[in-house]
Design a protein around this ligand. Sequence first.
Ligand SMILES: Cc1cccnc1O
Length: 277
Amino acid sequence: MSVTAIEKTKLAADFIRQQATVQPRLGLVLGSGLGVLADEITEANVVPYNEIPHFPVSTVEGHVGQLVLGKLEGQPVIAMQGRFHYYEGYTMQDVTFPIRVMKELGVETLIVTNAAGGINKNFNAGELMLIRDHINFQFNNPLIGPNQSEWGVRFPDMSEAYDPAYNQLAKRVAESFGVNLQEGVYVGVTGPSYESPAEIRMFGNLGADVVGMSTVPEVIVARHAGIRVLGISCISNMAAGINDQPLTHDEVMETAEQVKPQFIRLVKGIVQDILHI
Ligand SMILES: Cc1cccnc1O
């Protein structure tokens, strides 16, 4: 007899709970090149994705695929070191399964991060952007199919998918730390090819400030589950056509390397207070 999605979620959560040193309240999804934040977690214990029942298995060679549970700035957290991308061939349900498991473990707040391409010409590679809203341009949705009413409603509201109170906190922390934090709209595309200049012009006309290949499905599922969300993009490079540079993944990783100190300082500052608002 096939195992239901709810049963798979509970089996994965039970496995993780047996190994966890904390009961996490805050979830972190760490995007390309940003997994280093998990190294800041104390009292940490690591659970490799390939040991967790029903967890997707990372297909990317040498890609760290593990959960890190412990304390970050004294708060009980669970961090994904390595995420699953739709472009790898995972289903939308695979991509978002870790968010369902986080909810089952008791997570009520999620910080989602990513590397993104800059579209807004006032932005620069190496800057951080607070996500105010997103555009789903992945021609799919993780909630398509029968609704699991114990997870959430059939038609979840997305009008404040990125929590306004969290965004006010992030701006206060950025200002206090002297971090130049941009703010804007993230458009999620499927990838894996980078966008064409014509597509970037279109996304700009549609109101997008950065583009990326992740985040949107995880946020939709988090909101469906009643998890409050804060999102931060690391502008890894300017998207196609914004300047005359060809796009490479190496450049995405190199920029993430440069922005890491600011990113870590900002997120740790946010983590100190986010569970109290
Ligand atoms: C992630 C990304 C970086 C740069 C340009 N486009 C993208 O989708």
